[in-house]
Ligand binder design. Structure first.
Ligand SMILES: NC(=O)c1ccc[n+]([C@@H]2O[C@H](COP(=O)([O-])OP(=O)(O)OC[C@H]3O[C@@H](n4cnc5c(N)ncnc54)[C@H](OP(=O)(O)O)[C@@H]3O)[C@@H](O)[C@H]2O)c1
Length: 259
């Protein structure tokens, strides 16, 4: 078993289910010291009980990443209890349809607040300390949806494209200061988020396999981490495809006007 993260302090947002939970379980098995957050306290507590029963170190903080003050103080509180974070994984995210008639503007705002600003606030919580130490690794979970605006999912794609641009820029800002930035682009992963999807999900992988792939490549501190790699190729082709083709063949999320 890999031990790359043994003794490292890793903070994760959105660890109550899906990719975030699988990352936490895999990191705990490697001997990382974990700080986990999400809104659902009971799920965080059951994760913590599982990790502690296996001899791991874990602390929890219940918070909403769209609340700047709560995110900053919650993550800093975890760092106080665990020690300075070596890695922060801003993974929390939500997905809902956008639609055009009606336009789901409230949903677009929610996705911008959680998926994009939630990453910014999580970074804010730990960045000053990392700069002082001249060391650290900021990780954001974006999505392959950042690579192409997809019909029915305008708000989700835009929120993830914002995360990607933000990471791309600060990666360059931070490079001379010893702090690495990795933007993770998952393809389709089997989680509660995708369980509601009715459209085809090519190259779907389990959350455990997704987390394992992230953790295998993260120590190399790549700027960009796409998985599965064949999905990245598919997205590159999708970018080249004419709108007419996309309209016919790709429909990610649709609001049913009837309800
Ligand atoms: N599954 C995929 O195919 C896929 C593909 C590309 C990218 N992603 C991205 O991967 C990340 C994880 O998603 P997932 O698939 O693992 O979905 P998931 O199982 O629904 O997990 C989402 C996590 O985010 C947390 N979260 C949501 N809103 C939050 C908020 N306002 N404040 C704090 N935590 C919040 C949830 O916890 P609480 O509800 O307890 O707060 C949960 O722990 C997301 O950023 C998602 O966009 C997923």
């Amino acid at each position: 078993m890999a031990t790359t993260f043994r003794g490292k302090t890793v903070l994760i947002t959105g660890a109550s289910s899906g990719i975030g939970r699988s990352l936490a379980v895999a990191l705990a098995a490697q001997g990382a010291r974990l700080g986990v957050t999400a809104r659902r306290a009971e799920l965080l507590e059951s994760l913590a009980a599982e990790v502690r029963a296996a001899g791991g170190t874990i602390e929890t903080a219940t918070l909403d990443v769209s609340d700047r003050a709560a995110t900053v103080s919650g993550l800093r509180g975890l760092a106080d209890r665990l020690g300075p974070p070596d890695v922060l994984i801003a993974n929390a995210g939500v997905s809902e349809p956008t639609g055009i008639e009606p336009q789901n503007v409230d949903g677009v705002v929610r996705m911008a607040n959680v998926n994009y600003l939630g990453v910014v606030y999580a970074f804010e919580a730990v960045l000053a300390g990392m700069l002082q130490r001249g060391a650290g690794h900021l990780v954001a979970v974006s999505s392959m949806a950042a690579y192409k605006g997809l019909p029915g999912a305008a708000g989700y794609c835009a929120s993830k494209a914002a995360v990607s641009s933000y990471c791309e820029a600060i990666r360059i800002d931070l490079w001379p200061r010893g702090v690495a930035v990795t933007c993770v682009y998952p393809g389709f992963v089997e989680t509660p988020m995708t369980a509601k999807n009715t459209h085809p999900m090519p190259l779907l992988m389990t959350a455990e396999a997704g987390a394992a792939e992230i953790l295998r490549r993260l120590p190399g501190r790549p700027g960009v981490l796409n998985f599965p790699r064949r999905m990245r190729l598919l997205m590159a082709l999708t970018r080249l495809a004419p709108d007419r083709f996309i309209r016919k063949r790709v429909r990610v999320k649709v609001i049913d006007p009837a309800g």
